[in-house]
Design a protein around this ligand. Structure first.
Ligand code: XUL
Ligand code: CO
Length: 442
């Protein structure tokens, strides 16, 4: 790109780290990309990404009212020139935020064509356009994905659809999205089962639908190896919305699904905060479960509203919540090729260009601050030594023999009877530990 066209973000300077004393609302107070923490720069721990769909596609329309957010590219008469204007604005926002990564669905970067082939043609045209923009930008692609849930053809699912032609249509769409993700050097490829679920069991053959989904993900993994895509394939759990029951309900359900279809070594997870809470879990629970199963891939950062029962996708703003999530990431060995993707949107009344910038500056700073807190807790080892001590009894040869299966049930029983065991309960010290965490936050 020779010259960046003017966009709604052109008037904004690139946001810089100015430290906690700064009075400038558009500055980072905590996010200091080059600061070395646990042996590497903060930028490489966090790998922030800006989502195309919420930042450039969200119009503010809700079930009770029309669009409130009016962007120039939404008004363009020609959909492909609208897509180019949108891309110009997107890369300009990435510049303002100094964002290391972005993420997109095919439908975010390019309009739907009149049929499959014209949609795919549009996708490749826009991928070339993005590739050219990326040459003069420091923002890379964290992951790409396909929107196989919005169009009415997907109303009964994509891979799990009763109609095999929808399965094939979705396979073609995902194949081309994977090609484009590889072309743009994407670090991962995400599959969120938008409508892979059911509305009523009365019209649903569960086994068939799960088998179809299992086949589909296996095809994706095979194709990844065939084209030499080195990123991770990530599934994104969500329990409900839009369907009443989504098959990728939560980390535990996805792990069972992956094992059933022989995929547990080939697929990792993209864990989203608001999806975790919709499933009745905390964000840190889902992260810890994924790490336990070896599935920790990447994170979608956002938050729900305690008083609303749906996926509100608000920007994260609770320091303790995000600190606990970051602590589990560190405990789980980090995110590898993953990152922190802001799957978050401004509220319907936040209609100005600078609202988007404030939202991201706040989110990025909050996550950086939470990560610094978590890194200190992790380094100090106060919490981990409490946990270690709590399980220390399991280090004894007797306990290890039970765990390794060297003792049968009746042998364990006779030894317990011989010693007439009478184990003393020990306090879990929950309040003491919670106080430690609350006091240590800065
Ligand atoms: C929907 C959601 C998606 C995925 C990508 O709730 O989180 O935006 O992150 O398809
Ligand atoms: Co998401």
């Amino acid at each position: 790109m020779s010259q960046t066209p003017s966009t709604i973000f052109s008037g904004f300077e690139t946001i810089r780290y100015e430290g906690q004393e700064s009075q400038n609302p558009l500055a980072y107070r905590w996010y200091q990309p080059d600061r070395i923490v646990l042996g590497k720069p903060l930028r490489d721990h966090l790998r922030f990404a800006i989502t195309y769909w919420h930042s450039f596609g969200w119009s503010g329309a809700d079930p009770f009212g029309a669009a409130t957010i009016d962007r120039p590219w939404m008004r363009s008469g020609d959909p492909m020139s609208g897509a180019r204007m949108k891309a110009d604005a997107a890369f300009d926002l990435f510049r303002v935020l100094d964002a290391p990564f972005f993420t997109f669905h095919d439908r975010d970067i390019t309009p739907e064509g009149v049929d499959l082939n014209s949609s795919l043609r549009n996708l490749h045209i826009m991928a070339d356009y993005l590739e050219a923009k990326m040459e003069s930008s420091s923002t890379g692609l964290l992951w790409g994905t396909a929107n196989v849930f919005a169009h009415r053809r997907f109303m009964a699912g994509a891979a799990s659809n009763p109609d095999p032609e929808v399965f094939a249509f979705s396979a073609a769409t995902v194949k081309h999205c994977m090609d484009v993700t590889k072309q743009l050097n994407g670090q991962n490829y995400v599959l969120w089962g938008g409508r892979e679920g059911y509305e009523t069991l009365l019209n649903t053959d569960l086994k068939r639908e799960l088998d179809q989904l299992g086949r589909f993900i296996n095809l994706v993994v095979e194709y990844k190896h065939k084209i030499g895509f080195r990123g991770e394939i990530l599934m994104e759990p969500k329990p409900k919305e839009p369907t009443k029951h989504q098959y990728d309900f939560d980390t535990a359900a996805v792990y069972a699904f992956l094992q059933r279809y022989g995929l547990e070594k080939h697929v990792k997870l993209n864990i989203e905060a608001n999806h975790a809470t919709l499933a009745g879990h905390s964000f840190e629970h889902e992260i810890a479960m994924a790490a336990t199963f070896g599935l920790l891939g990447s994170l979608d950062m956002n938050r729900g509203d305690l008083l609303l029962g749906w996926d509100t996708d608000q920007f994260p703003n609770d320091l303790q919540d995000v600190t606990l999530a970051m602590y589990e990431v560190l405990r789980g060995g980090g995110l590898g090729k993953g990152g922190l993707n802001f799957d978050a949107k401004v509220r319907r009344q936040s209609i100005d260009a600078d609202d988007l910038i404030h939202a991201h500056v706040g989110g990025i700073d909050l996550c950086a601050r939470a990560f610094l807190n978590a890194a200190r807790l992790f380094e100090e080892k106060t919490l981990s030594s409490i946990v270690e001590k709590r399980y220390a009894g399991w280090d004894s040869p007797y306990a290890q023999a039970m765990l390794r299966g060297e003792l049968k049930l009746e042998e364990i029983a006779s030894q317990a009877e011989e010693k007439n065991l009478n184990p003393e309960p020990r306090s879990g010290k929950q309040e003491f530990i919670e106080n430690l965490v609350a006091r240590s936050l800065f």
